[in-house]
Design a protein around this ligand. Structure first.
Ligand SMILES: CC1=C(/C=C/C(C)=C/C=C/C(C)=C/C=O)C(C)(C)CCC1
Ligand SMILES: [Fe+2]
Length: 353
């Protein structure tokens, strides 16, 4: 065997090890969500102030930082150096898309809010498709169509199940966000929360879940159903989770310990230093490396939040107002983040099976 072939073989084995560590970590990090669901069923929902805690944590823990390595991931995935040009590309992308979307918030907050929900649905769905392929080994998602369907299901879980199960809290947060910009405009969202609309969402989305799982099942043969079973268990588990835990708490925990964790692990796997640490089980070292890479732009993201705080016409005065400002900040930062993650998807062949 040539030296080259040996190197390649070691490389492949190493990355399999890294991925299986990552997969195990996703399970461990899922426990806060499970605890929240069980505790809510056993003792009822916690008082509202506590429900905000995970979203508050997400400013520094996994949430906001998960996008703060966007300037590094694409060159790393391509094995290219990070250059002033590649940095400028991400900087200009954030500046242009972020400020254009900020303008939409000021001019048409209702449309901006609906767009936020749709972008989140697509982005969180896209993140889960990656995780299913790379961490779960989902070979029942062979075709682009099956991946698209899974994207809609996985993204729809955090955005649509709470709309059906907790319309009052959903409407409250939506109205608080829109009212930061235009006190009268939120009434335009009211039809969304009508029982008939929620029933239609429940039936439509429920059917989509059933269809996606049934198609996946048909594509697997007995004896190799484990990945499909994992997909089904996650999907149904998340249905139960978002149907029982109030959305401010549920989405806060999901944002940190589901979406962001998976993306952070993904960024580690394209980084030779962090992935080597993951492979040898040095989890802390891998996270330290991530934290180091993510610190500068997490600070920049905090500056964006302060900017939005200063720009909104209504000065935030209450906890719900502060959450609303935070969510607008996340919205503005997420749009360019989706572009970067989509480039990463392309690099990793997620949509071209
Ligand atoms: C908190 C919360 C809501 C919205 C949260 C959203 C949309 C978060 C998006 C986060 C993103 C895009 C993070 C980046 O990866 C709802 C649904 C209005 C319902 C009530 C609680
Ligand atoms: Fe993300």
């Amino acid at each position: 065997m040539t030296g080259d072939a040996i190197d390649r073989r070691t490389d492949v084995r190493a990355s399999v090890e890294g991925r299986s560590r990552a997969a195990r970590l996703t399970l461990w990090f899922g426990s806060p969500l499970a605890v929240a669901a069980v505790a809510t069923i056993a003792f009822g929902a916690p008082p509202l102030v506590y429900q905000y805690v995970p979203l508050a944590l997400s400013v520094l823990v996994l949430g906001l930082p998960h996008g703060a390595v966007d300037h590094l991931v694409v060159p790393r995935a391509r094995d290219d150096p990070v250059t002033p040009r590649s940095l400028a590309f991400v900087g200009v992308l954030y500046l242009l898309l972020g400020s254009a979307y900020a303008l939409v918030w000021v001019l048409a907050p209702v449309a901006a809010f609906v767009l936020f929900i749709l972008v989140t649905l697509v982005h969180w769905g896209q993140g889960d498709v990656y995780a299913l392929l790379e961490f779960v080994g989902a070979d029942h998602l062979e075709t682009r169509a099956s991946r698209l369907l899974t994207l809609l299901v996985r993204g729809g879980l955090p955005m649509l199940v709470p709309l059906v199960a907790f319309p009052a809290q959903y409407a409250f947060v939506a109205e608080t966000i829109v009212e930061l910009f235009d006190p009268g405009a939120a009434t335009a969202l009211e039809p969304l929360f009508e029982p008939a609309v929620r029933a239609a969402v429940a039936v439509g989305f429920g059917s989509l879940i059933a269809l996606s799982l049934a198609l996946g099942f048909c594509r697997t043969s007995p004896g190799e159903r484990r990945p499909w079973l994992a997909d089904a268990a996650e999907t149904l588990g998340l249905v139960g989770y978002f149907a029982t835990v109030p959305p401010i708490l549920a989405i806060g925990l999901y944002f940190c310990f589901w979406h962001s964790l998976r993306h952070v692990l993904r960024t580690m796997l394209v980084d030779p230093v962090a992935s080597a640490a993951l492979e040898r089980g040095a989890i802390r070292a891998a996270f330290r490396r991530f934290a180091r890479d993510a610190t500068p732009l997490t600070v920049a993201a905090l500056a964006v939040l302060v900017g939005i705080w200063l720009v909104v016409p209504r000065t935030p005065a209450t906890v719900p107002d502060v959450l609303a400002v935070y969510l607008v900040g996340i919205a503005v930062l997420t749009l360019p983040h989706v572009v970067v993650v989509s480039l990463l998807d392309r690099e990793e062949g997620i949509w071209s099976p």
